[in-house]
Design a protein around this ligand. Structure first.
Ligand SMILES: [Mg+2]
Length: 406
């Protein structure tokens, strides 16, 4: 078997589109809804800019085969990958993904495995899985023990429920318009929004509310009580991710409410503790933020052993999450976030798309499958099936990129 020869970093720069995309019928929920956040506690907005954008990792083997991974927070990830993670995996065998993953975690052990380090590890981990798949001509979901199923139901995240219905979805997750700082008026406003969504979605549709950490325990309990008549399939991330005891208290306050959380947990450890304690009913790891395909799969097996399902955060929007979903034992649902405007076909949502709304698609590359009638089919291979024109990948230069952004 070939060995891993080098790890290189790139940014994705698709050329300008040569033709116009489908015009939208209206602006999406991203423009029309003010999403409440935990930052509503401040009078002035807080700078939340992440350090650097999406970064691409290319892992090349001694026989010239290469794999591609990507992750967020590019600037920080670039330093970690260049100085610590790349050297930790070069020289190892292609396909030794668990061993490489273990080497990367240990490389970060003394200065912190969580947060930004976990995101950097994810970029390399995904590139190594893709390299293995391309080396042996197999899709990653098969190398990871799947496929567990041939298709999986997909839910749409976004507040344009009418457009979601038109696309054939039957499961909808809406974003919260209010935080704890809005008091009773915020509860009334949320009830009004969910009542309309229930009417549009239909009595037999699944409705969920993503609270993005904007509540405290008391407000969350009051909100669940107020929304009970609308039969929410789950309430998501009602509390900040660090408030483990708060979730326990919330369980006591509203024991009948299905709860989900986990997208902001990094490394498998918070999730493993949560499934052992039955803290929530659904774990929603993010493949990039938890630390990669390998780490999320370790959590999936631990959660499955405790009888708790998982559903990746934004898993359906990119090939990495699609492969993972079809390989994991306890995943019966996939999320697709609507980044484009109503009227624009989901097929036009990827980097380099001719549609302006589509180009904003988070993480999607050309050829990424999209859900059809609320269902996602098996993704293509080999590897993750990520195929990017070579000239779209521009070498990442840490100093130059830093200076460019001032
Ligand atoms: Mg969420």
């Amino acid at each position: 078997m070939a060995t891993i020869e080098r790890i290189e970093l790139f940014r994705l720069e698709p050329p300008p589109a040569e033709r116009a995309g489908t015009p939208p019928t209206r602006q999406s929920w991203h423009h029309t809804l003010r999403q409440a956040t935990p930052f509503d506690r401040f009078d002035e907005p807080v700078n939340r800019r992440e350090p650097g954008g999406m970064i691409w990792v290319k892992a090349t083997a001694s026989d010239g085969t290469y794999g591609l991974g990507s992750t967020d927070t590019g600037e920080t990830a670039a330093i970690l990958i260049e100085q610590t993670l790349g050297p930790a995996v070069t020289g190892q065998q292609v396909g030794a993904v668990d061993a490489c993953n273990d080497r990367m975690w240990h490389a970060c052990l003394s200065f912190g495995m969580e947060g930004l380090a976990a995101r950097a590890i994810a970029g390399v981990d995904l590139a190594l899985w893709d390299l293995w798949g391309k080396s042996v001509g197999e899709p990653v979901y098969r190398l990871a023990g799947g496929p567990q199923r041939q298709s999986v139901p997909c839910y749409l995240t976004g507040n344009d429920v009418d457009w979601g219905r038109e696309l054939g979805f039957r499961k909808f997750k809406l974003a919260r318009p209010h935080s704890v700082y809005d008091g009773q008026a915020g509860i009334e406003g949320t009830v009004e929004m969910i009542a309309k969504a229930r009417e549009t979605a239909g009595a037999d549709a699944d409705l969920m509310l993503d609270c993005w950490m904007a509540y405290d325990v008391d407000y969350a309990a009051r909100m669940c009580e107020a929304l009970r008549p609308f039969r929410m399939a789950w309430m998501e991330e009602m509390l900040p991710y660090w408030n483990y005891d708060g979730y326990k208290a919330l369980r006591q306050r509203v024991p009948w409410q299905t709860m989900a959380t986990g997208e902001h947990w990094s490394t498998k450890h918070p999730g493993i503790r949560a499934v052992q304690d039955r803290l929530v009913d659904l774990i929603q790891a993010d493949l990039k933020w938890i630390g990669g395909f390998t780490e999320a799969m370790k959590l999936a097996h631990a959660a499955d052993a405790c009888g708790i399902p998982m559903c990746l955060h934004t898993g359906g929007n990119e090939l990495y999450g699609q492969h993972w979903t079809f390989a994991a034992p306890n995943v019966h649902l996939i999320e697709y976030i609507q980044f484009s405007d109503p009227g624009v076909p989901l097929e036009e949502c990827y980097a380099g798309s001719p549609s302006e709304a589509g180009r904003k698609a988070y993480r999607a590359t050309p050829g990424t499958p999209v859900p059809k009638n609320g269902t996602m089919a098996l993704p293509p291979g080999p590897g993750f099936g990520v195929h990017l024109p070579e000239d779209w990948l521009i070498p990442w230069n840490v100093d130059a990129d830093h200076n460019q952004r001032g």
